[in-house]
Ligand binder design. Structure first.
Ligand SMILES: Cc1ncc(COP(=O)(O)O)c(C=O)c1O
Length: 447
């Protein structure tokens, strides 16, 4: 674009972006005191928190019409990696894709004997989100399930040794609803036995353990940016690692399995596009079309990344609000004897995703009774995702001892499946909603 056209385009763009901001302020205003009507307004378990900056970025990127991976994606990946203090973050199209990519990275032949092969074992838990475990099964590796600790609703680390076998190659675990699992113990276990550690950090972005961000303790961490999560890009997720080889493999598998690392629209970044010998290909075969893995295309769009850039700037504020909301709920409910509330480990500093409550035996009511009551009062509730994934129809065709193993029993996992639920504390939730939830739970529990 030259001269007059460029000036006109810039003028128009300015006008469009100003109008966009005005539109956003009009149609999506921040909540005002008094907007919440107890017993009438729904209290959602999660929600997007955004303003005109997200919408302006979104429209800005759409005017560029690059659509695929581009400058916003680069900026977002760089910002996320800097926030976490790791070398590499890769933006992908969902948290489930991030888990798939993280796991498949560990199957790369470039990892030699440490690669996870079909039939190798991966230690994990059964109470959580299905796509933490799905890639293991999809690859033909064998998930080995250990039980949960009821206080933290995380892996019971005392069960790890019993789950180990000569075929164990990795540990894949999520930080439940933002509550960091015992990373020191799990990491030491992995180091002692030469195992990979993947942290599903989809519900825990911003959490720390012993001062260091969750998702950065293991070899690879994953995030989800689906709207209920700690920040959103609509659909979206990320894989992050501090290990340059794992980063290179993940990039290859994200982008069709190719060997080349040129961004969309760029050529010959490596400077040896037509001069190398790969596999049994003719010498000088175009590097752009050389495949070192059986990959996918898991990229997200630049428009999603543009929204992410605005969210990332606000992110530390989101984490603070989540913590404050948790504290308010905890203070309001800690004396309810019929409920077990979430507890955290001394070194954990959670960026909470939700507020988990487990109905104790002898409470005189069930989890579903409590859920139905809260829902009838317009308070949204959620179970801890799958509860016990082994009890779902997707396991019907799998054979225990062949396709998966259970180390010990899953008694606490079943308690979580039967007796736990959680309510929200997202940053957009004001004190009126939190207090309304506290009162509703207390009343139901006879307090
Ligand atoms: C722990 C965990 N892992 C993975 C995912 C999947 O993320 P997505 O919905 O972006 O695929 C979720 C989704 O809520 C989750 O809670």
């Amino acid at each position: 674009m030259k001269g007059d056209t460029q000036m006109k385009a810039e003028e128009l763009k300015k006008e469009i972006l100003e109008k966009t901001a005005e539109y956003c302020r009009l149609v999506h205003p921040p909540e005002r005191a008094g907007d919440f009507k107890p017993g009438e307004t729904k209290v959602n378990y999660a929600g997007r928190v955004f303003d005109e900056r997200e919408m302006v970025n979104l429209v800005d990127s759409s005017l560029e019409f690059w659509l695929t991976y581009g400058r916003w994606s680069r900026k977002f990946e760089k910002g996320l990696a800097e926030y976490l203090g790791v070398r590499k973050a890769l933006f992908v199209n969902s948290g489930s894709s991030a888990n798939l990519l993280a796991f498949m990275t560990l199957t790369s032949p470039l990892l030699g004997d440490r690669r996870v092969k079909r039939g190798d074992e991966v230690i994990t838990v059964a109470a959580g989100f299905p796509t933490t475990v799905a890639p293991v099964v999809q690859h033909g590796a064998v998930p080995v399930f250990v039980d949960m600790d009821l206080a933290t609703a995380n892996v019971d680390v005392t069960k790890l040794d019993a789950a180990l076998s000569a075929r164990t190659k990795a540990v894949v675990l999520a930080h439940t609803l933002g509550n960091p699992f015992d990373l020191k113990t799990v990491k030491a276990f992995c180091e002692k036995h030469g195992l990979w550690l993947v942290e599903d950090n989809c519900d825990a972005l911003g959490s720390r353990f012993a001062g260091r961000y969750t998702g950065t303790w293991g070899d690879i961490g994953t995030s989800s940016f689906y709207p209920p999560h700690h920040m959103t890009t609509g659909e979206g997720g990320a894989v992050y690692t501090d290990d340059p080889l794992l980063g290179r493999i993940a990039l290859s598998i994200r982008d069709w399995g190719r060997d080349c690392w040129c961004e969309s629209g760029r050529d010959n970044t490596c400077g040896c596009r037509f001069t190398k010998q790969f596999g049994r290909l003719p010498a000088g075969y175009d590097h752009k079309y050389v495949y070192s893995h059986f990959g996918y295309n898991l990229k997200a769009t630049d428009m999603q990344a543009a929204v992410g850039c605005a969210q990332l700037e606000k992110f530390p504020g989101f984490v603070m609000k989540r913590k404050a909301n948790f504290e308010r709920l905890y203070a309001g409910l800690k004396d309810v004897e019929s409920l077990r509330l979430f507890s955290k480990l001394p070194e954990a500093d959670p960026s909470w995703f939700g507020f988990l409550m487990t109905v104790k035996p002898g409470a005189g009511f069930t989890r579903n009774d409590l859920a139905k009551h809260l829902e009838s009062r317009f308070i949204q509730t959620r179970n801890l995702f799958a509860g016990n994934i082994l009890r779902h129809p997707c396991f019907d065709s799998l054979v225990e001892g062949v396709d998966y193993r259970v180390a010990g029993d899953l008694a606490n996992t079943d308690v979580i499946m039967n007796s736990s639920l959680w309510i929200g504390l997202y940053p957009g939730m004001g004190d009126e909603r939190l207090d309304y939830m506290i009162e509703a739970v207390r009343r139901f529990c006879g307090k």
